[in-house]
Design a protein around this ligand. Structure first.
Ligand code: ADP
Ligand code: ASP
Ligand code: MG
Length: 504
């Protein structure tokens, strides 16, 4: 629990509360890569942060593009490609130098430069270890890739202090406790809560704004782990839950959760409110605006999550809370690059043992299951799973020997996608699935398999990946209804929402 009682201040908001009322005592704000890409963007992130009441915790990603460059440097080091490695590292230095030069106070700038130099030196050591190992093994890669978030939190804290506001950078590989799955680690919430309370609360109590690295944590052996690509959103809700935050704000480059990815559907609109269940399905089925696991810690402690744009900070964004406020279909998403395993058995009674062998193998291989469905004949089951290194050939080698003994057969298809239409209530109607199928049929998109989630929050169809863009456009057009326009106070927001979406 918190060690000191904080004054109950209302959250100073940039806009009126949208669909969620109440005073907030502690806020976690997370800024994504584009929102901290250069000194101007960082200054804007600081301005937004300072408009919120204290105490406040900021979670930051690496500057846009830096994580990809770090992974590229690691890949080159493993492949003994020194030229490629040095090019990637030089570009990382260039981006960080540009931010350091934007710190207005010379003493703060020099101090931040010293810390960043140390982090760059550690990066070189990590890359040399990968070079010597000849392989970017996950624990070495995690150490290397954590450099982006560590440099950014160091520089943002310095910039905030240079503007006269107390701030401290904290590296989450001393705070977020995880297991040892390097590259895709699972947090240990009780241990994270204990370390957040002991490492972060005293800083907050001393009046600091705490700027924590997103994306990273620490394994039981103390080594640095990462939470999977895009994991800073997850860091924000994990810290929000660990610190009993009143609200978590995800500040990004789009003005909220949209009814489809705006890069694919130009008519996508902001969805003002989604429920925890809806947000979870959207993130799970490919809405990149939220890391797939982001909502879980918020559900556990019933913390509202708000998605807002640093490029349009006055817009109301999307608020995610426990209850659904209406039963419209909210959004259409697609998750690409998946693998479909189809299990066939000769007799009904063979299905359970064969399916359990598939589940066990997927678990042992740490392959994530996206969805599972069973044919009405009860002799076929399909498993839609995340792409794995080695693809079908790797999975089939493991599975076929087991299936021989069980007299079952398994086939594997790569490059499939799942399209999902998400809306609590709307997906729960008898017509939802037939509607989806007829839209896909009208648009000549063959359906490989379907599933109406038992949660009744989404309807899904598995299709070839190459048809995903067409399917999303058609489904969005046919199934997502615009929010009803209400008069009075909400009207301005509706009008704002009718404007073309500004994407950063
Ligand atoms: P950040 O760096 O701030 O974490 P991301 O790039 O991870 O930002 O996520 C924001 C991006 O998610 C948007 O630019 C948009 O292209 C994509 N996106 C995909 N689906 C959706 C959706 N349904 N609503 C909003 N954004 C989406
Ligand atoms: N920087 C990390 C990534 O690019 C984490 C994040 O941005 O959330 O995946
Ligand atoms: Mg992201």
């Amino acid at each position: 629990m918190r060690t000191a009682v904080m004054p109950k201040q209302g959250t100073i908001r940039l806009t009126e509360p949208a669909g969620f009322e109440g005073a907030a005592t502690m806020i976690v704000l997370k800024f994504g890569g584009t929102s901290v890409a250069n000194p101007d963007r960082i200054r804007e992130a600081i301005r937004i942060t300072l408009l919120q009441s204290v105490p406040r915790v900021v979670v930051v990603s690496a500057a846009s593009g830096v994580t990809n460059l770090l992974l590229e440097a690691a890949r080159c080091a493993a492949a003994q490609d020194n030229e490629g490695r040095h090019q990637a590292v030089a570009e990382i230095h260039r981006r960080h130098d540009a931010i350091l030069s934007g710190i207005p106070d010379p003493a703060e700038s020099a101090c931040a430069r010293e810390s960043v130099d140390v982090l760059h030196h550690l990066l070189d050591q990590g890359l040399s270890d990968i070079h010597d190992a000849g392989d970017a093994v996950a624990h070495l890669s995690d150490r290397v890739v954590s450099t982006g978030e560590k440099c950014l939190s160091t520089m943002m804290a310095a910039m905030m202090r240079a503007e006269g506001h107390p701030a401290r950078a904290v590296f989450a590989d001393t705070v977020i406790a995880t297991d040892d799955r390097h590259g895709n680690a699972r947090p240990d919430r009780p241990r994270t809560r204990a370390s957040a309370q002991s490492h972060i609360v005293p800083l907050l109590d001393a009046g600091q704004t705490v700027i924590v690295t997103g994306f990273i944590g620490f394994a039981p052996d103390g080594s640095t782990t990462t939470l999977g690509r895009g994991g800073s959103d997850y860091s924000a809700t994990l810290l929000g839950a660990a610190l009993d935050a009143e609200e978590v704000q995800i500040w990004t480059d789009v003005p909220g959760v949209l009814s489809a990815d705006p890069r694919k559907v130009s008519t996508a609109r902001v969805v003002p409110h989604v429920s925890f269940d809806e947000a979870q399905e959207l993130a799970h089925f490919g809405a990149k605006v939220l890391h797939p696991r982001t909502i879980r810690p918020a559900v556990a402690r019933n913390i509202p999550v708000r998605i807002l744009s640093t490029f349009a900070p006055l817009e109301p964004g999307t608020v995610v809370t426990k209850e659904a406020t209406d039963d419209r279909m909210k959004a259409v998403t697609a998750l690409r690059g998946l693998i479909l395993l189809t299990l066939d058995v000769p007799e009904l009674e063979d299905l359970a043992p064969a399916a359990s062998a598939v589940f066990r193998l997927l678990h042992e291989e740490r392959v994530e299951i996206v969805s599972v469905s069973q044919a009405s004949s009860r002799r076929r089951m399909t498993f839609l799973v995340d792409a794995v290194i080695g693809g079908c050939s790797r999975l089939q080698v493991h599975l076929e020997s087991e299936m021989d003994e069980l007299e079952a057969s398994i086939s594997c298809t790569e490059d499939v996608a799942v399209v999902a239409a998400v809306g609590e209530g709307a997906a729960n109607t008898v017509s939802a699935m037939s509607r989806m199928l007829s839209v896909l049929h009208r648009n000549n998109v063959p359906v490989i398999s379907t599933s109406q989630q038992t949660s009744n929050v989404a309807v899904l169809a598995v299709i070839a990946e190459r048809a995903a863009d067409k399917a999303v456009l058609a489904l969005h057009d046919a199934m997502v209804q615009p929010a009803s326009r209400k008069k009075s106070r909400r009207r301005r927001r509706s009008e704002l929402m009718a404007e073309p979406v500004r994407v950063g």
